[in-house]
Design a protein around this ligand. Sequence first.
Ligand code: SF4
Length: 340
Amino acid sequence: MKEQDVLLDVKQLSIAFQQKKQKVPIVHHISFSIQKGETLGIVGESGCGKSITSMSLMGLNQQTDTTGEVHFEGQNLLSLSEKEWREIRGNDISMIFQEPMTSLNPLMPIGKQMTEALFTHQAIGQKEAKAKAVDLLETVGLKQAESLLKKYPHELSGGMRQRVMIAMAMLCHPKLMIADEPTTALDVTIQAQILRLLKKLNEEMDTAILFITHDLGVVRQICQRVMIMYAGRIVEEGTVDRIFQKPLHPYTKGLFASVPSFKEKKEKLISIAGHVPKPGAIRSGCQFAPRCPYQMAQCLEKDPALQSIEQNHRVACFLMEGGEDTESPTLASESADKTV
Ligand code: SF4
């Protein structure tokens, strides 16, 4: 990866909540980067730290104790003032959420919301702002865009609202868009349309996308690279092709084994035994050890570091050090063609 191609570079990011007098760690020393125009997926179960990580990239979790470095085009975002953040949010980095109603103002017509966002970041006239809003609504596939400007969010369907959110996120042509489960609340056909739209915007506008999801099928459709998180750590990271062909971490293997496949007929789906640890209950050693069928003595003593197995593939598991065979009767039936 060439240094000039790196858009976002996260180094040793740790996030903790202060709960009464106790510090509750959520994210532990994670490091990753995103290249210009790249699509990176972050996958994990609820509570693994993926959403709080994305919030820190938008400066939206100021109530937390956050350490490390988040460099965006060379500037450390964690040292910005609120005024400096306002310059970057929506302009260079934008975000879309699972439920657009939480982000759209229910009392303001769509057009006003879009043009006000433009006025915040650009020296632009009313007529030009309106034309830009219409143009973007058409780009995201909304018909009769001009009349849509007068409508309120509640007058639109869920799929239309999500398209409006995407149009708003693209208003200032951001370099990075963070999409936090943007299709989870939508039905399958609308979900497919929104994913195609995001891919088109990524390709045509060269906007990098950080896609947060629990859905491996979505990652396969839209991402070039994927990062698997468990209990606030990155346990595996690599290109989508590589990880879908040969997942190596026992947790990633478990995720693949637990989703249905159209190609393989399974009697029943395999679930990963046990539960994700609660943030306050995090213990020493590998966090996945209580659920891992390959657990060894050293797994209970220290946390495995994320190591390069080969180019573009990193794994945090002691099995990789010993080159041990991770095939097991319980997790051996995973394949690269899983979808959800
Ligand atoms: Fe399992 Fe040990 Fe690897 Fe953790 S380090 S995933 S417990 S084998």
